[in-house]
Ligand binder design. Sequence first.
Ligand code: PFF
Length: 467
Amino acid sequence: MSGSTSDRGAFGSQFGFVMAAAGSAVGLGNIWKFPYITGENGGGAFVLVYLACIALVGLPLMYAELIVGRRGGSDVLGSLRKLTAEHGALGNALSWFTGLLAVTTGFLILSFYSVVAGWALHFLFVSLGVVPGGETAAATFTGVGGSFGWSALWHTVFMLMVVGVVAVGVQGGIEWACKRLMPALFAILVLLLVYVGVTGGLGESLTFLFKPDFHKLTGESVLEALGHAFFTLSLGMGAMVTYGSYVGSDRHVVRDGVWIALLDTVLALMAGAVIFAVVFSQGAEPGAGPGLVFVTLPDLFAGMPGGTFVAVAFFLLLIFAAWSSGISLLEVCVAWMHDQLGLPRRVAAAMMGFAIWLTGLAAANGALTDDGVLAVLDDVTTRYMLPGGGLLVALAAGWLLTKEDREAGFASLGLWGARLASVWTVLIRFVTPALILLVVLAKLGIVDLSSDPPAEDDAAAALESRP
Ligand code: PFF
């Protein structure tokens, strides 16, 4: 049974939609993950590869998801089913599988995402002096991450924040919140950039981010960049399909998609610039790994002028980013319950929120261990489920949609639109699926891309080792 579309809700403006979609994209992925994987993978060359992945895989898929949502006008399952109807059983099966995979992925990602976002809440309150922290940031981090009680508490708070917004509705809840969170987030980042511009390290940071050193690039880093392109743009689990279904016009799909990807990329680079400036100005190491934001940075802040203020600003930034992303993760599940099962939004938000909260409790337990639920969920969702979902959406959009549905968003762009439409069709039919398959096969160990740095290095090393 499908819920009536009239009570689905809709964004009030194009701006509201772009803020919500960019809010989904800009999250922990930008402020926590992008900087640390860039640090681990040597900087500039990795950034270049990442930008190429955004262009070759991210943008085509972004358009595919948005157009499926706008033409389908329903949750991810309903939209796909409507648009692939003429393919009968094949379209139906693909829609069901992709839809349920997307909802499951959103469910699982939010359950652990909320635990990590909860740690940011903990650090915010420690920075404000409201909650006692450890002697060092590392101690504070193990104090919260290693404690089921603390992790569960903050996870609960974060889930309430997310459910509270989604339950209110698309315009009054999601759009209202994102129209405030995104500009605030941007303002904080600009302030922090100005701050590091004064306190030092910005030049070195920009060099690190933008001067490519291809010797540091490995097959693994290419895979990492491609995988991250999905995660950071919220692709492969129907978030953009769902948000796209709340806006009427097809005309602006291309422009909106470019804006969302651009905002996401610019904000990730800005966050990276700030973080590495702090790291370099204090003589720390950029390759600190996942602990960069929670273990390395807080101690560095403490040694800087106005350190408390900077720490508060930084963790607020992290929380705002995570909040607007968490909202979109829940919305995928809620829209499905509403559109497919006919449940009222508030009931769907409460039920899904509760179930995700319960799963998150499992993730909060032993959250810092390598084989804990959190690590496993992170691994399974980002390595396999997101790329798998992305592959299915690409195949559905490229091969099963009618030409009219497929190219609807390019129609208003005139001659250029027609050219872009053909380029997009080639990308979404062949290039995007091939690249995604490559990632999945490599992650499964079927294709080996884990090459060491280029052969000339080996040659040089061999020369050096000669007697
Ligand atoms: N894009 C978010 C980030 O970079 O943190 C994570 C995310 C949100 C992934 C929503 C998927 C999604 F549907």
